[in-house]
Design a protein around this ligand. Structure first.
Ligand SMILES: *Cc1c(COP(=O)(O)O)cnc(C)c1O
Length: 497
């Protein structure tokens, strides 16, 4: 399978798309054709465990990678997760399920893909005969950063630098990043919000001059953000896996539709769900849930994406994003893969801060997507009530998704012609990763110290505390640098040496 850019140009191999992270001119790599999974193959997947399902999906896109190696690497990656299943589907009540994606080393769903990325990158370099050092740059709203640091710590011939908004991540997220071990890592706070970090990092990727300067030092740039196709493909697997689990547990028959609700920021997670549907998975509606930064809700309702609006810091910080990068891939698909039009729209977004899509495109989107958002009060209320009702503590991001999912389900229930369908809410973080916000939602009380928060949530809920978060308590921060966003490249050069 080759990959093409959303903004036009030559097709490249999977290995090249993975190493480059982003296409020339700022475009994103997409598969030349979206591969299909047949009914028979889906049936085969029913009998597989999670690493087998993941390797199967990876093989559809990354055919040049040996299939047995994909499997053994997936087995290794997901063996590092707590519990037997890397992506368990938990039944809450009839028709309502949580897909828990937070059992990895950093307690958020980013681990699902980032645990595999080191292998994908290493193998890609091998296939391409690349001998240089690889520098992974990542802008992070909190979770990608830690997952990338953890995945690549002490990896050979790789260095990782992550940039996070100094005041835009939770205390726990910051502690996770600044205490990271490894001789090849750097975590840097940036004055500004996630969009500032992301646009500064993307600028480095687009800049010939920056790439040349790095090349002089024997370094090649790559990305661990969800703009990298190597991030996206492993995420498709858990939609298939959740569906298979619905079938094998007798909740639905093979072929029945299932809906998914996804707490959305950079549009990477939900885009993987869209690809799963395009591949033939019987997905009904994809519920795109936003927090108060509801730029996507407006886009799906009105057909205009307008980033010029107030940026809010919320209790779901990993979704505090106004420019959702991966939406570019969806725009490319719904325009009939029109790269010229995609370029035009991305230019309008950069210059005027907005663009609109055509009425028929909006209509097509509304057949797959339902968009909504949760205010801060809605989120608190949802986490509180969900615990009251089901004795299950949601993290605040998942709380946003649950709120919107329930709004959608109520709407659907009003339609007498609508067949009942299971709703799978994608749970993206452990509640212990955002202890202060979750404790507040559960009790209405504040707790200043994150570890006290963890302890109290545990007392109330009895949910197991992840070992990796417990261990953080005794670690000292190693990284203290905070810089303005226009100094990121300088910091990169210093780091590379
Ligand atoms: C990254 C993240 C999200 C948003 O995912 P996108 O792929 O950026 O849309 C939601 N919740 C948590 C906990 C995250 O870490």
């Amino acid at each position: 399978m080759n990959f093409i850019s959303t903004r036009g140009g030559e097709a490249v191999s999977a290995a090249e798309a993975i190493v480059r992270g982003m296409a020339e001119g700022g475009g994103l790599f997409v598969p030349e054709t979206i591969p299909a999974v047949s009914e028979g193959e889906l049936e085969e997947m029913l009998g597989m465990n999670y690493p087998e399902r993941a390797a199967f999906i990876l093989g559809k896109y990354f055919g040049e990678f040996p299939q047995e190696e994909l499997l053994s690497e997936a087995e290794k990656a997901y063996a590092r997760f707590e519990g037997e299943d890397a992506a368990p589907l938990v039944k809450i009540e009839d028709g309502l399920f949580l897909l828990e994606l937070f059992h990895g080393p950093t307690c958020a769903f980013k681990d699902m893909a980032l645990s595999l990325l080191p292998y994908l990158l290493r193998k890609s370099c091998e296939l391409l005969g690349i001998k240089e050092q690889i520098l992974i740059l990542a802008a992070t709203s909190g979770d990608t950063g830690k997952a990338a640091l953890e995945a690549f710590a002490d990896a050979e011939r790789v260095k990782v630098a992550v940039f996070y908004p100094e005041e835009g991540v939770s205390k726990m997220q910051k502690l996770q990043m600044t205490t990271q071990d490894g001789g090849n890592v750097d975590a840097v706070g940036v004055k500004g919000n996630f969009d500032d970090c992301q646009s500064a990092v993307k600028k480095i990727f687009r800049s010939r001059e920056c790439r040349d300067k790095l090349k002089e030092r024997g370094v090649i740039l790559s990305s661990a953000n969800s703009i990298n196709i190597g991030r996206l493909v492993p995420q498709i697997a858990y939609y298939f896996s959740a569906y298979c689990d619905l079938v094998t547990s007798g909740q639905i028959a093979a072929g029945d539709l299932a809906d998914f609700a996804v707490p959305t920021g950079n549009f990477g997670n939900i885009l993987a769900g869209y690809y799963a549907k395009q591949m033939g998975l019987p997905v009904g509606t994809l519920v795109c849930a936003s927090n108060r930064n509801n730029v996507l809700t407006d886009f799906f309702r009105k057909g205009t994406y307008d980033k010029k609006r107030t940026f809010y810091r919320t209790m779901s910080p990993s979704m505090d994003i106004l420019v959702s990068s991966n939406l570019e891939r969806l725009l490319f698909e719904i325009s009939g893969r029109d790269s010229a039009l995609t370029v035009e729209r991305m230019k309008a977004l950069a210059n005027a801060g907005r663009y609109s899509i055509r009425a028929e495109e909006l209509k097509a989107l509304s057949q797959t997507f339902f968009a909504g958002y949760a205010s801060e009060e809605d989120t608190v209320e949802c986490v509180y009530e969900f615990f009251e009702e089901f004795n299950y503590p949601l993290d605040t991001h998942t709380g946003v998704a649950m709120h919107v999912a329930r709004t959608y389900c109520r709407k659907r229930a009003e339609d007498v012609n609508a067949e009942p369908r299971p709703m799978v809410v994608v749970s993206t973080a452990s509640p212990y990763k955002f202890p202060q916000a979750v404790y507040y939602a559960l009790t209405g009380n504040d707790v200043k110290d994150s570890f006290k928060g963890i302890k109290r949530i545990h007392l109330i809920t009895a949910m197991k505390v992840p070992e990796s978060l417990k261990a953080l308590r005794y670690k000292l921060p190693r990284f203290k640098t905070v810089i303005p966003s226009d100094k990121i490249f300088e910091e990169v050069l210093n780091f590379v040496g």
